[in-house]
Structures are given as structure tokens and as C-alpha cells.
Write a protein that binds this ligand. Sequence first.
Ligand code: LMR
Length: 400
Amino acid sequence: VFEAVENLPLDPIFALSAAYVADADSNKINLGIGAYRDNDGKPWVLPVVRQVEQSLLNDKSLNHEYLAIDGLRTFTDASAKMILGSESIAVKEKRFLGVQQISGTGAVRLGSDFLFKINKNATVYISDPTWGNHLQIFGDSGFTVKTYKYWNAATRGLAFDEFLESLKNAPLGSIFVLHACAHNPTGVDPTHEQWKQIAAVIKERKHFPFFDCAYQGFASGSLAQDAWAVRYFVESGFEIFVAQSYSKNFGLYSERCGCLTVVTSTEQQAINVRSQLCRLNRSSISNPPAYGARIVNAVLNDPTLFTEWEENLRTMAHRIIKMRSECVRHLTDLKTPGSWDHITSQIGMFSYTGLTKAQVKVIKEKFHVYMTDNGRISMAGLNEGNVKRFAEAVDYVVRN
Ligand code: LMR
């Protein structure tokens, strides 16, 4: 049975984490996987999460019974309202739904599998570059996956004209995967004006906008501001999917807590779509895990905890912003050739440095700095203890 089975390489991001762990050098720096670290380079359990965990532990009414197939309804409703806004027209007209899944990845896969069931001939367009998993998720569902140009290497910014061209030239009714905010890996988002133009072409070409939202709260530090694009599309009358992850903004990486939020045209459609997504959940995971959802549920539904969470989010976002400016300051001090302003103008957890694959290789081998081959760094891996060393390593590879 297994004779012809090939051995696949490890996922690049997880392979990088494993290589970092295996490296015995005491000065090693991990800028690979997108996971928040505090100023001591340690994983950070958000104080609000610790607090809720304590009360969950003491709550004797909780047990380990199954959740519903579509998850914890108070969590999915709150999750939908967090991205759509509780004043959203879709919420008021009850033409929305949320189905809990295994974090953002599970939500993207659920949405993808469902879209393939109802429209297998559609082409899926993902940004070039994008999060490495998008290609295989949509491909594994069965879709033909193509890319739209997103990054302009010369300006180290958005390739807006090419992006619009792709939207115009894609077959009518294609599926466009859009990053709701804090684009991974580039850290470059369209402006509001650009989003309006993107939405206009998507409407004209009858494409379907599928938002991946893994970083709400990380781009601007404001949840509402980071939801701007999604809310604009809903106000403009679109039906949408939004895959929401609570890995980053709650630091619940291993709890796999996420939600596929859907906006439909009618309340009945929302009921019908929910039933189909439940069918897919049942055949893949039966029903989702409770622990992470209970934590997020407690926070999203309690104004005091919510305010504390926003404060925790700002702590993470501000530390990252500080590391961006510290990094540029050291590069400026070193007179490192080239322009590095993009590090401070990019947003979210990542910076797309512009370093080449060859430079990334040297920086790893010589300086024990781990970053993805495309030159992306997780800003959260930088801290006051290693940012200067990182800048020196960049300086070396740029000059040699
Ligand atoms: C990343 O891009 O590093 C994160 O989204 C983690 C992952 O699952 O790849």
C-alpha cells in the first residue's frame, strides 16, 4: 500500500522552528514563525487569558461534554460581531453566521471545502506572496489556484495596479483570498481608497471575497480599524467569508480557536449555509474543542475583560512597533546600504525585509538568525537584547 508513497519535506515554517530549537548557539534569534514573544524572547500568556483560565478552573458548572457541531454559539456570535461590528447591517438583518473551527487554518479549509462543493469550477486567487498554507489548503480542497501580484519589490510596497489588473482579468466569479489586515508576509495593506477600488472591481466581476483575518488588533492596535475592509465590503452589499483566528490576538496558538464568519444575502441563506458547514464540520472534526473558545467567549462577552484584552493587545502591538524603530535606528547607525524605511511603514507582526534567499541563508549559517526564505521576519522575535545583533547581521549580509 505504501510502496509508492514519497517522503515530503517538512512545512517550511515548522522546519525553521525545529532548526532553531536544534541550534546550540546561545545567540540564536528566531524570527521565523509568527508567534508573539515578550521582551525576554519568551511566549506571553496574556494576563486577561490567565485571569479567565483561573475562573474557568474554578467554575464547577463546566464539564467536558461535546460542544454543538458548529461550536459555542455565544462565542461564534461574538466573533462575528467583533469583525462585522455589532451595528452591522448584516447583523441587524440576521444574515450572518459563525461556525467554530480549528483556528484560522481550519476556518479557511472549511470555507474552501464548502465553496468547492458548490462551485468547483471557480478559480481561487491568492496574493503573491501569501501565507504558505493558502496554496495547499485551496489546492487540497480541489481548486485550481492562481496568484495575483501583490508586492512591488522596487517600491517595497503594494503592486496596486497589477492587483487591479488581476481582478479585472480573472474569470467572472473567481474566488479572491484577501488578507483583512496586516498582510502576511509583507506587512503592507491597501489604503481605504485602494480597498474601495478593489471592492468596485470585485463587484463588477462578480468575484467572491474570502477574507483571511488572523491579525485583527495587530495592524493598527484598534480592532475596529483593523476590521475596516471587511466592514466596507459588507456595507457595500457583498456576501463574504471571513476566517478568524484567535491564535495571535489572544496568544491561544495551541488551542486552535477560530471561526468562519459568513455574510449572506438573506436570513434563510444564513440558515442553509450553516447547515452545510455543520455537515462538513461533522465529517472532519465532528465538533470543535471547547477550551480556547470558552476563554475568548468570556472576554468578548464581558466589557471589563474586553477592555483588559484591548490593553493586552496594545502591549503586543506597541512592543512590535518599538522593535521596528529600534531595528531601523541600528541600521541607520551602521550606515547599512539601502533604504530601510519599509520596516517602520509595514504593519502587523511581520516585516518583508527585501533580503534575498542567498542573504537569508548566510544570516542563518553565520549569525544563527532564523527567518523564512522569502526574507520575512517576525518582528515579535526581536527584543532589546537582540535587535542590535540582528541589525549587525543584516548589515553584514547586505555588504558582502
Ligand atoms: C506564520 O505565518 O508564521 C503563522 O501564521 C504560523 C503558521 O501557521 O504558519
